[in-house]
Design a protein. Structure first.
Length: 206
């Protein structure tokens, strides 16, 4: 009894090998099936490669992300000066749990006042908007405000409160991750996000 192999479960390399070894005159139908599957898998591989290249090409550059972050940081610092002035430098030298909580709430409130609308509407902070960037989930969709706040922004703040190593984690380790191939900071990995440029087509529809 002639049982035909299940070529659909073959890898592309297996199909290449089968195409080289099969007796085409004795098994013309199998030969045709192998070549069809090879063409389908090659087309799928090319499409996936093209999609990955497109995603890589739209990733924001490290330079633009750096200057966008600088803009956001300067704005945050300026808006935090009233809190420092109200609390007083001496009290800030001896942080209590209540003072830390007040600083956290104030910082989140300032962040939302500065960037809340842009994040909700476009997935951008002021600095990212300056360079045409936005925060996306890994499937290329705009990240929601709640996702950005809960999974991208809040963990970074909490890192900074970890005794002894908090500032090291939030201020150095977190941004250093951007030098990886995917150009994503540590908070991007935590939130499963990336920062990409907004295409002209998308900007025209938003």
């Amino acid at each position: 009894m002639d049982i035909s192999p299940d070529y659909k479960n073959y890898t592309l390399e297996d199909l290449y090998s089968a195409a080289r070894s099969i007796n085409q005159e004795m098994f013309p139908e199998r030969t045709a099936q192998i070549h069809q599957l090879i063409a389908e898998k090659e087309a799928e591989l090319a499409a996936n490669s093209s999609a990955q290249n497109d995603a890589d090409n739209t990733l924001a550059t490290r330079t633009h992300r750096f200057w966008g972050a600088i803009i956001d940081m300067v704005l945050q610092i300026i808006c935090t000066i009233p809190f420092f002035w109200f609390v007083g430098w001496e009290r800030l030298q001896q942080l209590t749990p209540w003072l830390m909580l007040a600083g956290l709430v104030y910082g989140v409130a300032v962040y939302l006042l500065l960037h809340g609308y842009l994040l909700h509407k476009y997935g951008q902070t002021i600095g990212k908007a300056e360079f045409g960037m936005r925060i996306e989930t890994l499937d290329g969709k705009q990240a929601t405000l709640s996702h950005v706040m809960l999974w991208r922004y809040l963990p970074t703040i909490l890192f900074s409160y970890v005794p002894a190593i908090g500032q090291f984690l939030a201020g150095l380790v977190n941004p250093l991750f951007i030098f990886g191939k995917e150009k994503r900071c540590l908070h991007d990995y935590i939130a499963k996000t990336r920062v990409s440029y907004i295409s002209n087509a998308e900007s025209m529809t938003e």
